[in-house]
Design a binder for this molecule. Structure first.
Ligand SMILES: Nc1ncnc2c1ncn2[C@@H]1O[C@H](COP(=O)(O)OP(=O)(O)O)[C@@H](O)[C@H]1O
Ligand SMILES: [Mg+2]
Length: 254
């Protein structure tokens, strides 16, 4: 089953003679439950593509369908996790209250709201800091709070925009495994943007490479590595190295 169907999508910013083509004729389908990695050079339109899928931006041409519905606005079914956890969390709210944010105005209220937030924090092993404020947490913990918050809306589609780009290598690897596990357990469809080639292969069922000026699909590969992946053995697998070799050349423009 197709979860996301991107049909001949182009996007221009600006109007008239000031119009700039940012993304050109993107066609991509993402299967339900698939983990799709998207990689490409800075400025090629990765964030813009994610914003289109989220329904925060409307294509100039073409259309995006989720299920059989055309995407024309944000939906609770599609959660975004941003790279910039510092700006994504509200500094004046305690951790649990940040996580509860997407639940506010829904049918969970009062003490139950906090309980639900704590349950989500437990998923990310953060219950001990429920009453802390964001600036009391490390970057990796703040990013896990943002992930917990995105799970509050029980998304079918998880959109991640270089979520680990600002984290140190060890934290990054831990979070890669947590995200892979959660996506599989909850059968979410994931579009994962990264500029880290190894991360793209490690996590993805498929890797799409975007080229720049204008942003377009230049390569698409299936990653034939068994799941769950393993930080040591997967990265040493000859198939992993072959994918890395192939895509590295493409990203360098060879
Ligand atoms: N709201 C906007 N208005 C005009 N130009 C934009 C806007 N957002 C992004 N751009 C431009 O679109 C291009 C792609 O940006 P972006 O999607 O952020 O790339 P990436 O995430 O791959 O680094 C860049 O040239 C950027 O300057
Ligand atoms: Mg970006």
């Amino acid at each position: 089953m197709t979860a996301i169907d991107i049909r001949d999508v182009s996007l221009e910013y600006g109007e008239g003679s000031g119009a700039r083509l940012i993304l050109s004729d993107i066609s991509l389908t993402v299967r339900s439950g698939e983990f799709l990695s998207v990689i490409g050079p800075s400025g090629c339109g990765k964030t813009t593509l994610l914003r289109l899928i989220a329904g925060l931006v409307t294509p100039t041409r073409g259309a995006i369908l989720c299920g059989d519905r055309k995407v024309d606005r944000p939906s609770r079914d599609r959660a975004i996790v941003f790279q910039d956890y510092g700006r994504a969390l509200l500094p004046w709210r305690k951790i649990w209250s940040n996580v509860a944010l997407p639940l506010e105005g829904g049918n969970i209220q009062g003490a139950a709201l906090r309980e639900r937030a704590i349950e989500l924090l437990k998923v990310m092993r953060l219950e001990a800091v429920a009453d802390h404020y964001p600036d009391q947490l490390s970057g990796g913990m703040q990013q896990r709070v943002q992930i917990a918050r995105s799970l509050a809306q029980e998304p079918k589609i998880w959109l991640m925009d270089e979520p680990f780009g600002a984290l140190d290598a060890i934290t990054r690897q831990q979070l890669q495994d947590e995200v892979a596990r959660l996506a599989a357990e909850r059968n979410m469809t994931v579009v994962f943007i990264t500029h880290d080639l190894e991360e793209a292969i490690y996590l993805g069922d498929r890797v799409v490479v975007l080229g720049a000026h204008p942003g377009r699909v230049v390569e698409e590969i299936s990653v034939d590595l068994p799941k769950p992946r393993d930080q040591l053995t997967t990265r040493e697998d000859p198939r992993f190295l072959a994918h890395r070799h192939h895509l590295f050349g493409l990203l360098q423009g060879h």
